[in-house]
Write a protein that binds this ligand. Structure first.
Ligand SMILES: Cc1ncc(COP(=O)(O)O)c(C=O)c1O
Length: 360
């Protein structure tokens, strides 16, 4: 087998090797059918079994209540930025948005095409390095939208924002879905692009409460209404069958590794190890405020762009790939989603120490 290297990519991101090996077999012949997963009809029994299993594993992993639909939608999380207000916001209505980074801003821009947006909180004043506490909700918002983990800026909500009674909470959980326990019943809808903790890019997992589906604008094109997906098992058109298969296998892997409690322990250990080193370092500093730090994307700098660049180059040459920070933050970003392993973190922290010793 071609050997693998340590992948810090923010997304598409590393996946569990066991799942990739299973998928490799399924590409040739799915569960002994003699036909590969990419070749099976989405209407046939073999794929329907894959679909049913994926839905049931997602429900089990996320403890998704019965009054929520589990939908697979295409177009990436970015289409959800538009589909959400298209369905639930009209010209004379207002939605509250928490602006905590580049992805929140894109969600806001799309919502502004359809109705009024109240930016209830923002951390833009300090380049999004913290999760804002001062939140001003509007009186009658149709919904409240937030981004649970800010992939680019390395910040994460420790818990969901405290919204007014009866508010419909909507979350873009693209970069921390299923990384820790979640109480789905607190949300009207949760959506997540697949390419970090679930599997493939392009496919979005949507968990949405029944009444919200019914409430959506019925005049939209069919492919832009949640009810089309809800009433057709996400198969109004040909669904991304391989992605659905892979999400199912990733959820199976999550369950085999302790479920969401197991993921939370694993992620906390890795992130603590890296932040502890950064906090004790005389060369590197983490960029996010301590109480806002992400366990999924750790952003850090040396303060000298030339040393940052030398660090990234040396890391790459040693097989630590994808560490260059996003241009809006600079420095480095280590994306350490569920599938990123503890032994990979041990090796990385060892390298950080060696690099530091050579540069201070
Ligand atoms: C938090 C968050 N939201 C949305 C997106 C956009 O996702 P997509 O590229 O699937 O449209 C990303 C992509 O990385 C993200 O990290």
């Amino acid at each position: 087998m071609t050997s693998r290297i340590v992948n810090f990519s923010a997304g598409p991101a590393c996946l569990p090797l066991e799942v990739l090996q299973e998928a490799q077999e399924a590409l040739i012949s799915l569960n002994g059918t003699g036909i590969g997963i990419l070749e099976h009809s989405h209407r046939g029994a073999a794929f329907m079994a894959v679909y049913e299993q994926a839905i049931s594993l997602i429900r089990e992993v996320g403890s998704v209540p019965d009054n929520y639909h589990v939908l697979f939608v295409q177009g990436g999380a970015s289409l959800q930025f538009a589909m959400l207000p298209m369905n639930f916001l009209s010209e004379d209505q207002t939605a509250d948005y928490l602006n905590t980074g580049a992805w929140s801003k894109k969600a806001i821009q799309e919502a502004e095409r359809f109705g009024n947006v109240n930016v209830a909180a923002s951390s833009e004043d300090r380049n999004f390095c913290y999760i804002p506490k001062d939140v001003r909700f509007s009186e009658n918002a149709e919904y409240v939208h937030f981004t649970s983990n800010n992939t680019i800026f390395g910040t994460q909500f420790a818990i969901e924002p405290d919204v007014p009674d009866g508010a419909t909470l909507i979350c873009d959980a693209s970069s921390d879905i299923f990384s820790r326990p979640i109480d789905v019943s607190k949300y009207g809808m949760i959506y997540a692009g697949g390419q970090k903790n679930l599997g493939p890019s392009g496919l979005v997992l949507v968990l949405i409460r029944d009444d919200l589906v019914e409430h959506g604008n019925p005049d939209l094109p069919a492919m832009l209404q949640y009810r089309t997906f809800a009433s057709n098992q996400s198969m109004y058109n040909t669904p991304p069958t391989f992605g659905i298969y892979l999400i199912g296998r990733v959820c199976h892997w999550i369950l085999q590794n302790g479920g969401l409690d197991g993921m939370a322990d694993r992620n906390r250990m890795k992130a603590d190890q890296l932040y502890d080193f950064l906090d004790s370092s005389s060369l590197f500093q983490a960029t996010a405020d301590v109480d806002s730090r992400s366990q999924m994307n750790v952003t850090f700098v040396t303060g000298d762009p030339e040393i940052d660049s030398a660090f990234v180059n040396e890391a790459t040459s040693l097989g630590f790939d994808g560490l260059k920070g996003h241009r809006s933050v600079g420095g480095m970003r280590a994306s350490i989603y569920n599938a990123f392993r503890q032994d990979e973190m041990d090796a990385f922290v060892h390298f950080l120490k060696t690099f530091e010793a050579a540069h201070v």
